[in-house]
Structures are given as C-alpha cells and as structure tokens.
Write a protein of this length. Structure first.
Lengths: 340, 361
C-alpha cells in the first residue's frame, strides 16, 4: 500500500517540476477594445454547423481589422463538457478579451453569472435571452422563416408526398425549425405528410443515420435536419440511398451544406436553410469596436436583414422560383410564420 | 528490499506520465507548435493562481469519487463500467431533492440532496451487483446497459418533469442548497470551487479505513483475490459482491450529487454520458486503485483538463493536444506489463548480485 502512495505522490511532484521548469509567466497582455473571443457549446469549431459558422464570422471580422488569432486579437475556447463553460469564459476574461460570445443557449447561465462578476466586459449570447444584465447582448434568429422556405423547397420537390424532419434535442430553439418547416410544407400542399423525429442529441451521427434510413424506407424522399452534428448521419444515409439509385434529398441547416451532400456521381443536398451566426458575431464585434455594443438588448435577425436565409443547392428551376416567391411574401409581411 | 520495490511501483505511473508528455511534445513539434510554451500555459492555467487552482480542485472532486467507486468494485474483482450512469443518477437525485424540499433547514437540505444522489447511484450499481451475485450475469454488460438506461431516463425525466415547457434544463436550485458559498467564491476569485472537495477528501480516507481496518473491507479484497478460497474460508461471497457493487455506486452517485449541487446547480438534457464517469476509471487505473493515490491521479487529470482549456486561449495550438497527452498516459499505464518486464530484468539482475555479494561476505 505504502509504495503505491509514494509512487503517485512522486509522479505528481515530477510533473509539477517539469512544468515549472519551463520558465516564467509570459502571458502579460494588455486588453484592447478590439479583441473578441467565443466559447463553443460542446461541438468544436469544425462542427460543420453552428459553432463553425460563428467562428468563421469572428475570423472574417478579425482579418478585416488586421488582427491575429490569439491574445489582443480573436480566438475561441472549446468546451468539451457543460462544466467547461464557466472556466472557459473566465479564462477568456483573464486574457482580457473585450467581447465574449457564448455560442448556443446552453451557455446562458454561465454568461449571465460571468457578466454579473465582470461588468466591464461585453458578453453576447446566441439563441437565448439573458435578462437584467446591461453588458449582455442577446442574439436570436427567426429560424422559423428560413425553415418555412425549407418546407416549401421540400414540398415542391417530393415525389412521394411524404417528407421528414429530424431535430436534435427538443427545445424552444429547435421547435422553431420544426414549426416553420411544417407551415412551409402545408402552404404548398396540405396533403403532404410531415414525419417528425428527434434524435435527442446534437452530436450523434449514428442516431441521425438510423433515423434517416428509417424515414427513407418509409418512402419519405426529402428530409430537413436541424440537428447539428447528428445531421452528418442524415447525409450519410441519403448518400447510401442515392448510391443504390433511390432519389432522395436532404435540406441542410445553419451553413451551406452542399459539400456534405456530395458523393461520387451526384449530390443529395437540395438546399440549405442557413442561420448566419457568423454574420451576427461579425456585426456585434464591429459594434463593440466602435463602442456601440448593444448590451442589455435583444438583437433579432430575420430574412429581411439576411440573418437567416435559404441557399439553392440542387433545386429545380420551378421549385426555386416558388421558394423565392414565398421569400418575398415573408419579407414584405404578407405571410407571418408562427415560431410555435 | 522494500525501498527498491517502492521505487519500482513508482516507476510505472511515472514513466507513463513522462511518456505521455513526451508524445504530446513530439506531436506539437511535428505540427509546428511550441511545446515549452504550451506546457507552461497548461501549468499556469491549472495551478498558476487561486482561480485556476479553484477550478482544478472543483474538477477533481467528482473524478476522485468516480475513481474511488471504480476502485472499490475492482478490488472485489469486478469491472464496473457503470460509473457514468451512477454519476448521472446521483446528479439527478441531488437536484430533484434540492428542488423539492426547499423548506428544510440548510443542513438537512444539503445533506439530504447528497444522500439522495448517492442512494440513486447506489441503487443503479446494486442492480448490477445483485444480478452478478445471484444469477452470474456479467457486470460488464449490465453496467454498460444501465448507463444508457440512466442517460435516457434522466433525459426523459428532466424534459418532462423538471424543465419548464420548451426548455431542456431544470430550474436552478436555491442558493441555500448550493455547496458553492460566497465565502469560497471570494477567496478563489469567483471559481466554482465548493465544499464538495473536502467531502471527497474525507471520503477517500473513509474508504482507505474501510479497506484496511474493517472486516467487510477485508472480505471484499479477499473475494477479489480468490472467490473460491473466500467461500472456503467462510465468507459470504454473494453478500460481499453486492456490498462492493453497492458501495461503488454510492461513491459515483455522491460524485454526481456534489457536482449537481456544487457546480451545475441544475440538470439539463445531455447529449452523451458524462465523461467524468469514464475518466474516473482512468484515474483509478493510473493510481493502481489505491485510495490515496487516487487523490494525486485525479489532481493530475483535472489539472490537464483545466489547464488544457488555456492552451487554445493563449496560443494557436488546438486544445485537443491535451486529450492526446491524457490518452497516451492511459495507454502507457495499460501496457505497464512491458515496463514491468523490462524493469524486473534490469533491476532483478542487479539485486541478485547485491544480495549474493552480501551473502558471500
């Protein structure tokens, strides 16, 4: 027993010594109002969706300003677990980033408590509303509008009269996608059946794949996914079906997902209902640099100001025309899409 | 003799840790990052100031308990992979109690939450232990399956019973029920450090006492060494199996409960099983299942995780490099038999000569 204790004790000491031996603290830094950083919500900055979009927005802003990645520039902190949110935010605060973004509604608690303790730092939360903090800007998206257009695209394309929706976790945010999609499909043809399934996760591609395969077997030929990383499996399932000669489509989400639908001999991405988290991040960073950060306010992005939208990947000419018509109707207020 | 043996026991984890860091350094060099700078950031980011230290200690708290849980069942010869599920049930139990019994006095509210969490975790592993003892069902399979039952049950329960409509997390518990007090926040610069850390340390010593000073603890170890011999010696093997598994789940559940009311203050629908349950197994392996050793192994793991978050903040290096270091350490612990063989050969020979020399004189 004793020897093991000694063993581990010495091991720990040893590591400590190695690390200390590396030298003094070099992270002396001055804060500028031009620096910004984001905290991811569990997916990485390469999740082909939400976090990636945000990171690309921040990068493009940083490059415009002639900044570099790192301290006094722009940066990210990746959360591997929900318990990493607060440490990540606090590490960024200590590194003196002037504006800190929480990407995803899951981080709202952490942003709110960090904002209380650090009133001089700007915070922004995406997809949630933090109330009662003057230094927090809340950013929401009218994703029901882009999902409505995804519904139109799906309804105009389906040959079987059945379409599917795969969501990540059932929550207010994802419900807006489902609601918009349903209304869009219904607007084109109320007889089309919409099959709705939730994967219960944003990170399980395998679950996405099996749900999508079941839907395709059930004769549904267009699937709209709002499931982040789980959506990768939806694309895999569609590509497998397409390779076997079946005509199926996927409507991508958050980013233009055309590249995800590509396979040898074709592409299964019909369209992408984009949510430009990147644009929002870029906008807010610009405003912060000009001392006009909308702290304490809720900023909403919709079709009109290009915060959400639809990208044509493989739509037929007539379907695309129909989508554009509906887009105009939403923009000029002729159609209001209900988020619930 | 004893001196040389203790050095040898020390050597395996030591070599593994150093090798893990070296592999990380080599990878960083290959991809053009500065290992010295990064390891320095890692160290400062985990132990360099009171805030980071607070986070590191908070992060090691559940690791200690899930590792202890794994170690207890392992001592009895069982491979309890159910740590994540038991931890999750514990977390769930503590939040449910704290949300529903807000009228209780503070001490009862907090201890009730922890007991409730620990019990739920215990029930979860008891199921596997009972099946193992009386029906011979492999505990590896049952605990893996129970993990998923826990995950989906908790997700369902949070979504349907605890969360407000449209939300996917429960409301926060009252401040009074939290293990994270103003005092601790003040002295650690608003870190999430909480009283749970001290509870975990006390638990370590209780478990150490249990194994070394009680009859039941002796029986557990004895069953782990040889089931048949234990039966012959008059130990009730079935009962011992159930006790070991139950204790194992109680500990993991307590870990979840402390994280619940100490760190998170609520519970949300989770994508995956909590990784702290699996990391606890790694910590226990690194510590060779020694309760006191677990404290130091958990500290190392936790420091790597918390310090790792700093790597991408202070440099361009992706923080995943830390995961590679951690994984390498576990890998080297896993292949420790290779080191042991090498060490035995070298040291074995030397020792032989020395003792021979002594005898000749």
């Amino acid at each position: 027993m004793k020897k093991k204790v000694v063993a581990v004790l010495a091991a720990t000491l040893m590591v400590g010594t190695i690390l200390v031996g590396c030298g003094g603290n070099s992270s002396a830094n001055k804060g500028t109002k031009y620096s910004a950083a984001l905290v991811t919500d569990g997916g990485g900055i390469d999740d082909k969706s939400f976090n990636q979009s945000a990171w690309e927005g921040l990068k493009s802003w940083g490059k415009d300003q002639g900044l570099k990645k790192g301290i006094n520039g722009y940066n990210y902190a990746q959360s591997n677990d929900d318990s990493d949110f607060l440490p990540n935010i606090n590490k960024l605060i200590k590194a003196k980033y002037a504006t800190i973004f929480g990407i995803g509604y899951k981080i709202d608690n952490a942003i709110s408590s960090a904002a209380k303790d650090n009133p001089k730092t700007n915070f922004a939360i995406i997809d949630s509303v933090v109330k009662g903090r003057k230094n927090v800007a809340s950013v929401t998206f009218k994703t029901e509008q882009s999902s409505y257009l995804a519904g139109v695209a799906a309804a105009e394309t389906t040959k079987t009269g059945r379409v599917g929706f795969i969501g990540g976790i059932q929550s207010d945010v994802i419900k807006t996608f489902e609601a918009g999609f349903r209304q869009g499909v219904k607007a084109v043809n109320p007889k089309i059946k919409v099959d709705v399934k939730y994967a219960g996760s944003f990170t399980k591609a395998d679950v996405g794949q099996s749900l999508a395969t079941a839907m395709f077997n059930n004769n549904e030929d267009v699937i709209f996914h709002a499931a982040g990383g789980t959506g990768a499996g939806v694309f895999t399932a569609a590509k497998n079906e397409a390779k076997n000669g079946k005509k199926v489509w996927v409507v991508g989400v958050d980013q233009d997902q055309k590249a995800d639908g590509a396979y040898k001999g074709g592409n299964v991405t019909l369209a992408s209902a984009v949510k430009k988290v990147g644009t929002a991040v870029e906008d807010l960073s610009k405003q912060a640099a000009k001392n006009k950060f909308p702290g304490g306010k809720t900023v909403t992005y919709d079709l009109k100001d290009n915060g959400v939208g639809i990208i044509n990947d493989n739509l037929s000419a007539s379907a695309w025309k129909s989508v554009q018509q509906y887009e105009k109707k939403i923009e000029n207020g002729e159609i209001t899409v209900n988020p619930k | 003799m004893l001196h040389s043996r203790s050095i040898r026991a020390l050597a395996v984890p030591l070599i593994s840790i150093i090798a893990g860091f070296i592999i990380g350094a080599i990878l960083m060099l290959i991809f053009g990052y500065d290992p010295v700078q990064n390891y320095q950031n890692l160290f400062i980011g985990s132990l360099g100031d009171v805030y980071s230290l607070g986070e590191t200690l908070r992060n090691m708290t559940p690791l200690i308990l899930t590792a202890l849980g794994f170690a207890v069942s392992s001592k009895a010869g069982f491979f309890n992979i159910g740590g994540p599920g038991q931890y999750l049930m514990g977390w769930f139990g503590s939040i449910v109690f704290a949300l529903n019994f807000t009228t209780l006095p503070t001490w009862a509210l907090i201890s009730g939450s922890m007991v409730c969490g620990a019990l739920l975790g215990g029930i979860w592993s008891f199921i596997a232990g009972f099946l193992r003892a009386y029906f011979g069902t492999s505990e590896v399979i049952t605990t893996i399956m129970l993990n998923y039952i826990a995950l989906y049950f908790v997700n369902f329960a949070v979504k349907n019973w605890l969360a407000k409509k449209g939300s996917d997390s429960s409301p926060n518990i009252v401040q009074r029920a939290s293990l994270n007090t103003d005092f601790l926040q003040k002295i650690t610069n608003n870190s999430t450090f909480n009283w749970g850390f001290f509870i975990a340390i006390i638990t370590v010593f209780v478990i150490w006492m249990y194994f070394n000073k009680t009859r039941s603890g002796f029986e557990v170890r004895s069953v782990g060494l040889n089931e048949a011999a234990s039966t012959y010696a008059g130990i009730n093997v079935k009962k011992t199996i159930v006790i070991a598994m139950l204790l194992s789940g109680l500990l993991a559940g307590l870990g979840g409960a402390i994280d619940g009311i100490g760190n998170f203050q609520n519970i949300s629908v989770s994508n995956n099983l909590p990784s702290v349950g699996f990391n606890g197994m790694a910590v226990a392996l690194l510590a060779a299942e020694n309760p006191i050793g677990i404290i130091f192994a958990a500290l190392l793991f936790s420091a790597l995780q918390i310090g790792g978050l700093s790597i991408s903040v202070y440099s361009n290096t992706p923080s995943e490099i830390v995961d590679i270091v951690i994984a390498s350490i576990i890998f080297f612990v896993g292949i420790k038999y290779i080191f042991e063989v090498i060490l035995t050969r070298k040291w074995g020979k030397k020792q032989h000569k020395v003792t021979n020399g002594g005898a000749n004189k």
